[in-house]
Ligand binder design. Structure first.
Ligand code: UT7
Length: 348
């Protein structure tokens, strides 16, 4: 077998809706309180689409931002993978819509779905195309607009989610560099009923079916407590296994970048892994659970806040519907090419 080509991670980007919905706003919709939401989840506010904001629009914004960070043009892209559970249509794929919007004319495109773990799966898939030498530049986007699939009268679920998109750019290394140190992907289809958005695809019942279905239930349904128990075990297991695959120990990990579902899940997993407060990357307070977008959005914000000192070994770990879970151990050393450019201009 030929030597595998290393994958560099050269960009990260974000696209979030303009409209902020606070816990106080939700107090007007359902029987809840800022105090309950804050103590049970850590969420203070989230962004929700309004006006003409869409899944593909948010994904396009994140894609442009990540390409700007990476300093490459849309025409340089060979492949676009979009991880989403909430596409605008069955087809065209969201990846094709992004491609058309940014003018990535030579990029192949497809969507994939692994719920909130989608971005970890998509990174692993994108990496394969680079490792084999098939493609040089791969854009990976995680995007979800759960607000369209929430029952805004159900306090158990509507307080948890926010909309958003996050993206990474992978590039084939022309030297020995490899930033994708290991990935570990898991699923347990027997737990699918614990977290689902039913009746949105072929399962959408037709009016003429017998017996006639009066009400089509197409909103997100979750057994919160069971998903919580699953998550607090799955996250540490995924990080430990991925670290082992990378040939490092958990103690070698600099930052823990988990799916942003609930601050209690994040803290419990971090405790089990022996991570300090400074190592935890979290913005669940500001964006809520943005599903497939949450990991790149958390990393993106931590870089802007200068929490992350590079180069850094980061454990990205996702969990969610399917059930799915998984982790990617990455080395983050990318520098925003726009900032570099601005520094050069300022120096001249
Ligand atoms: O990305 C997808 C992955 N999803 C997740 O990771 C979610 C995992 N689960 C969770 O984060 C937590 O289970 C929740 C935050 C959803 C719920 O927290 P909990 O501590 O597990 O609460 P609970 O479901 O056991 O409910 C406790 C009480 C119930 O009242 P009773 O039956 O004890 O009287 C609920 O009806 O809290 C009530 N409750 C609320 N009260 C005020 C549930 N939601 C609310 C609410 N405001 N929004």
């Amino acid at each position: 077998m030929n030597k595998l080509v290393g994958a560099k991670i050269i960009g990260v980007g974000a696209g979030v809706p303009i409209s902020v919905v606070t816990n106080a706003d939700l107090e007007k919709l359902v029987a809840t309180s800022d105090e309950w939401i804050t103590t049970r989840t850590g969420i203070k506010e989230r962004r929700i689409v309004s006006g003409d904001e869409t899944t593909s629009g948010l994904a396009t914004e994140a894609a442009r931002d990540a390409l700007g960070f990476a300093g490459i043009e849309p025409a340089d892209l060979d492949l676009i993978i979009v991880a989403t559970s909430t596409p605008e249509n069955l087809y065209p794929s969201t990846a094709c819509m992004v491609q058309g919007a940014i003018g990535a004319t030579k990029a192949a495109c497809f969507d994939m779905e692994a719920a909130c773990t989608g971005i970890v799966y998509a990174l692993a898939v994108g990496q394969q195309f680079i490792n084999t030498g098939m493609y040089k530049n791969v854009l990976v986007v995680g995007v979800d607009v759960h607000s369209r699939f929430l029952d805004w009268e159900d306090r158990n679920t509507c307080i948890l989610f926010g909309d958003g998109a996050g993206a990474f750019v992978l590039q084939a290394a022309d030297d020995d560099r490899n930033d994708m140190l290991a990935t570990y992907l898991r699923a347990d289809g027997t737990g699918g009923h614990l977290l689902k958005i039913p009746n949105t695809g072929m399962g959408y019942p037709r009016a003429e079916v017998t017996p006639p279905i009066k009400k089509v239930d197409r909103f997100l349904q979750m057994q919160g407590r069971q998903v919580y128990e699953f998550a607090i075990n799955a996250v540490p297991e995924a990080v430990r296994t991925a670290a082992e695959k990378a040939g490092i120990t958990v103690a070698d990990i600099d930052y823990f970048v988990p799916h942003q579902a609930n601050r209690r899940i994040i803290n419990s997993a971090a405790d089990k892994l022996g991570m300090t407060k400074e190592q935890i990357v979290s913005n669940v307070d500001e964006l809520g659970n943005t599903s497939a977008a949450s990991i790149p959005l958390a990393l993106w914000q931590a870089l802007r806040r200068k929490q992350i000192k590079t180069p850094a070994i980061c454990a990205l770990v996702g969990f969610g519907g399917g059930l799915t879970w998984g982790a990617a151990i990455i080395r983050w050393s990318a520098v925003d090419k726009r900032a570099e450019q601005n520094t050069k201009v300022a120096e001249t």
